[in-house]
Design a binder for this molecule. Structure first.
Ligand SMILES: Cc1cc2nc3c(=O)[nH]c(=O)nc-3n(C[C@H](O)[C@H](O)[C@H](O)COP(=O)(O)OP(=O)(O)OC[C@H]3O[C@@H](n4cnc5c(N)ncnc54)[C@H](O)[C@@H]3O)c2cc1C
Length: 294
């Protein structure tokens, strides 16, 4: 009996580097450059290495670097890059105050994958379908990058440059920073997939603030509908300053198609994505409105 080549392929031999500190990891990455790949949970990297889509000469395991697993609610909400999806799901802070991030963790893969996968890996893989990214963008998250030339903070919405591409330049993402929203808000995450535990056909997150019945602030972010995760700014503009009646919401949803550029791939067709994006954004807006703290 013969098996498909993708199953029988083995990972090509590589050199293994296991730094215990961030400084050591940055130094190795700087020295090895494109020959090396960072390994966190390995749930994206190792399947790609098995398919030989990526064949690194060196693998730098950063999973045991101390001090990159945390969820701290101080002047800002800060999440360490090596925090696993299951730790995020179990956080009371996220469940109570950042519901869309919590909801994304519950829609994420299987228990086995959630135990290994890190939030930093989800962002740095830079898949347009990454589930943790739309809720973080809707909260105006920034990422802290540490490299040989020091540290910098980049808005997450500007981090991605294409499918699987980002602004990292021999840098390690160490934490995600979310400024405390100034107004009271409601938030929600929605995802459609082919089967449970699959990557999204489409995902989206909304954060909305309402004052005197008027929408005075809204963020809408979508995944898997363009080369990178996107903000639906035209749809947002159609809602800001309005009383969010069903008529206004339905009219604004007609703008979603202008905010996205979906493609046809193994998970879905462009036409389906264009149509269903409107439905998902509508659901997320309505649930976010209902969840606003009174
Ligand atoms: C069966 C299965 C189901 C899945 N389902 C989902 C799903 O429902 N939703 C979803 O979003 N994803 C899903 N994924 C994809 C994957 O689990 C996630 O993207 C995961 O969060 C990746 O994190 P990781 O720690 O395993 O990353 P790794 O595989 O270790 O790394 C991914 C990439 O990011 C780089 N990297 C990792 N950490 C850093 C860092 N701190 N700084 C710089 N670069 C870094 C690595 O070099 C690598 O290129 C699934 C994967 C599998 C195998």
């Amino acid at each position: 009996m013969s098996y498909p080549k993708t199953i029988t392929k083995t990972i090509r031999p590589f050199n293994y580097v296991h730094p215990q500190t961030l400084a050591m990891a940055v130094s190795f990455l700087n020295e090895l450059g494109d020959k090396a790949k960072l390994l966190a949970g390995g749930t994206d990297l190792l399947p790609l290495m098995k398919q030989r889509a990526i064949v690194p000469e060196y693998v730098i395991n950063i999973k045991d670097i101390v001090g990159l697993v945390f969820i701290l609610d101080e002047d800002e909400l800060r999440i360490g890059a090596l925090t696993t999806i299951v730790k995020l799901r179990d956080s009371i802070i996220l469940r109570n105050r950042y519901a869309s991030i919590f909801e994304a963790t519950t829609a994420f893969a299987t228990p086995q994958i959630r135990n290994l996968a890190t939030i930093g890996g989800n962002i740095c893989r830079s898949s347009p379908a990454a589930d943790m990214v739309p809720p973080l963008i809707a909260f105006d998250a920034e990422v802290k990058l540490v490299g040989p030339r020091g540290n910098r903070r980049v808005p997450l919405k500007d981090f991605f440059t294409g499918v699987g591409r980002n602004v990292l330049d021999k840098e390690i993402l160490t934490e995600i920073i979310i400024p405390h929203p100034r107004k009271s808000y409601g938030t929600a995450f929605e995802k459609i997939e082919r089967a449970s535990a699959d990557l999204a056909k489409i995902n989206c997150a909304v954060r909305v603030s309402i004052t005197n019945k008027c929408c005075d602030d809204i963020r809408i972010a979508l995944g898997a509908v363009a080369e990178t995760p996107v903000r639906a700014t035209k749809t947002e503009q159609a809602l800001i300053g309005e009383i969010l009646s069903e008529k206004i919401i339905e009219s604004a949803l007609q703008r979603v198609a202008e905010d996205i550029s979906p493609i046809t791939d193994v998970r879905s067709t462009a036409a389906y994505r264009a149509q269903v994006s409107k439905v998902l954004v509508g659901r997320a807006i309505r649930r976010a409105m209902k969840s606003i703290a009174q």
